[in-house]
Design a protein around this ligand. Sequence first.
Ligand SMILES: CC(C)(COP(=O)(O)OP(=O)(O)OC[C@H]1O[C@@H](n2cnc3c(N)ncnc32)[C@H](O)[C@@H]1OP(=O)(O)O)[C@@H](O)C(=O)NCCC(=O)NCCS
Length: 138
Amino acid sequence: MTTVRRAERGDLAQIQDIQLASPQAAQWNVTDYLQHDLLVACEGIRLIGFLVGHTLGPGESEILNLAVAPEYRRRGVARELLRHFLSSHSGEIFLEVRASNMAARLFYKSLDFEEVSTRSEYYREPLESAIVMKFHSC
Ligand SMILES: CC(C)(COP(=O)(O)OP(=O)(O)OC[C@H]1O[C@@H](n2cnc3c(N)ncnc32)[C@H](O)[C@@H]1OP(=O)(O)O)[C@@H](O)C(=O)NCCC(=O)NCCS
């Protein structure tokens, strides 16, 4: 059974493994995630996914990164992580995703996120546009 909880410092090594196995995700320093709202999905003692986001201001939040271990994808793990994040963040939720990342774009669209704009040449290595997506969380 998959459970979702807030992450602790001891989870960072497994979060790093999931991030490295997900080249489509942002490859940031996972230690920095502890400054934000960091959730992990677990199957027993194993971490199988994480979501990091933060509040930008009143009624406005942002998802910074989200990834699920490749062998656990298409089982509703990301949906469960996002459901937990939305339950504690109301108002507008924003995120950016690489234009070529169709799996993530379809994932967010399946949860009623809208594509609201494009930021050209936003990402490096490789150079690519970002699609900005938005959701209203009640
Ligand atoms: C995007 C990602 C987080 C989705 O995680 P997941 O746990 O597999 O997603 P879920 O199982 O919760 O999917 C929920 C719904 O999203 C849609 N979806 C998810 N992955 C999809 C894909 N590869 N293709 C098409 N639709 C997809 C489907 O509608 C799916 O419902 P269904 O399986 O009943 O059809 C995962 O593919 C991932 O880790 N990718 C690499 C990292 C990444 O790109 N992160 C995004 C950073 S912004």
